[in-house]
Ligand binder design. Structure first.
Ligand code: AMP
Length: 175
């Protein structure tokens, strides 16, 4: 079976979570399968044209494969968290949600200017979160060399929002 079908077999759909009308893609069963975890990291590394200078992972499920991937590539891993969670001096970016606004943060000394950064999360939906992270990365003077996700919900057109930052967008399993 292909990597994509193995991921799809492992993922669990949860109807109406966290609210009515959402089909939540639960990736937690993947972590019970070590060979699938290794294959996912392999899938990400094979899809890379160039090695990034750092991986930026998005809270919280973006930390899971993000740190594994950064360690595999032997590059720094940088955490992006919701406002108020990081202990040191931070830079922040506010962005629009479907209803209201949200703010994400990164430690102010996280990225070197001109680093080529790869942004990672578990899932690409509308792309609003990953786009906000791209803006945060650029605020630090670093470059966005691409995005990668375990899952992409193509019908929500998230790639459209990310294309202006980089068209190197990898989703290992697409719906
Ligand atoms: P978005 O900003 O719309 O691309 O949303 C992406 C973020 O929301 C990611 O961090 C995902 O983990 C989470 N997310 C959005 N939709 C889903 C879904 N259907 N299943 C699981 N996670 C989701």
């Amino acid at each position: 079976m292909s990597l994509e079908s193995n991921i799809k077999t492992a993922i669990r759909d949860i109807d109406d979570f966290p609210k009515k009308g959402i089909v939540f893609k639960d990736i937690t069963p993947i972590f019970k399968n070590q060979s699938l975890c290794n294959d996912i990291i392999e899938g990400f590394t094979e899809s890379m044209l160039l090695k990034p200078d750092a991986i930026v992972g998005i809270e919280s499920r973006g930390f899971l494969f993000g740190i594994l991937l950064a360690n595999k590539l032997n590059v720094p891993f940088i955490l992006v968290r919701k406002a108020g969670k990081l202990p040191y001096k931070t830079i922040s970016y506010e962005y629009e949600l479907e209803y209201g606004k949200s703010t994400i943060e990164m430690h102010a000394d996280s990225l070197n200017k001109d680093w080529n950064v790869l942004i990672h999360d578990d899932l690409l939906a509308t792309g609003g979160t990953a786009e906000a992270v791209a803006n945060l990365v650029k605020q630090q003077g670093a470059n966005v060399m691409g995005f990668n996700f375990v899952v992409g919900l193509d019908f929500l057109n998230g790639k459209q929002k990310l294309n202006k930052h980089s068209n190197n967008i990898i989703c290992l399993a697409r719906y």
